[in-house]
Design a binder for this molecule. Structure first.
Ligand code: NI
Length: 170
């Protein structure tokens, strides 16, 4: 296993639409292992393959909460097949470090995909897990949580980010 470099906004790979995986082979399983290790090391609760520079439809999630029975969730070619309700959650992203903002999401989602063994799985989720699934699947479509912000909040983000880039270049 190896730690992968996490791409940071505005890296163009974050805007790419990720390609579906044809077969979960050894190379895909290695990518999954490396993504999980990178997520735990960061630490974060979710990571999409775009974020490590590979526009492929693979996500890993681990809420890292003792009460959560799922542990590590791996999804290849995930699709939201059902969504309902609405909630607001304060989100962050390993590709947009040190910025957090409230985002409107569906409260409940049903997601289908393949697991690390290439077997079909279905996950019914609500609350934080539903948010994490929507956030990571957004990544696979080149979408970031900041894209969900209203114009005023997006402006705040842009100003903060500009300041951050200026500070980094000093
Ligand atoms: Ni993210």
């Amino acid at each position: 296993m190896a730690l992968l470099n996490i791409c940071v906004y505005p890296d163009p790979v974050l805007r790419e639409k990720a390609r579906p995986i044809g077969m979960v082979d050894a190379a895909v399983r290695r990518l999954i292992d490396d993504m999980a290790e990178t997520m735990y090391d960061a630490p974060g609760i979710g990571l999409a393959a775009n974020q490590v520079g590979k526009p492929l439809r693979v996500i890993v999630i681990d809420l890292q909460r003792e009460e959560d029975p799922h542990g590590l969730i791996v999804l290849v070619n995930p699709e939201i097949v059902q969504a309902s309700g609405e909630l607001v959650w304060e989100e962050g992203c390993l590709s947009v470090p040190e910025f957090f903002a409230e985002v409107h999401r569906h409260e409940k989602v049903t997601v289908r995909g393949l697991n690390a063994d290439g077997k079909p799985v279905e996950i019914q989720a609500d609350g934080l897990l539903a948010v994490a699934l929507q956030h990571e699947i957004d990544h696979l479509n080149g979408r970031l949580f900041i894209d969900h912000l209203n114009p005023i909040k997006r402006d705040i983000f842009k100003r903060k980010w500009k300041k951050r880039l200026l500070e980094a270049s000093v």
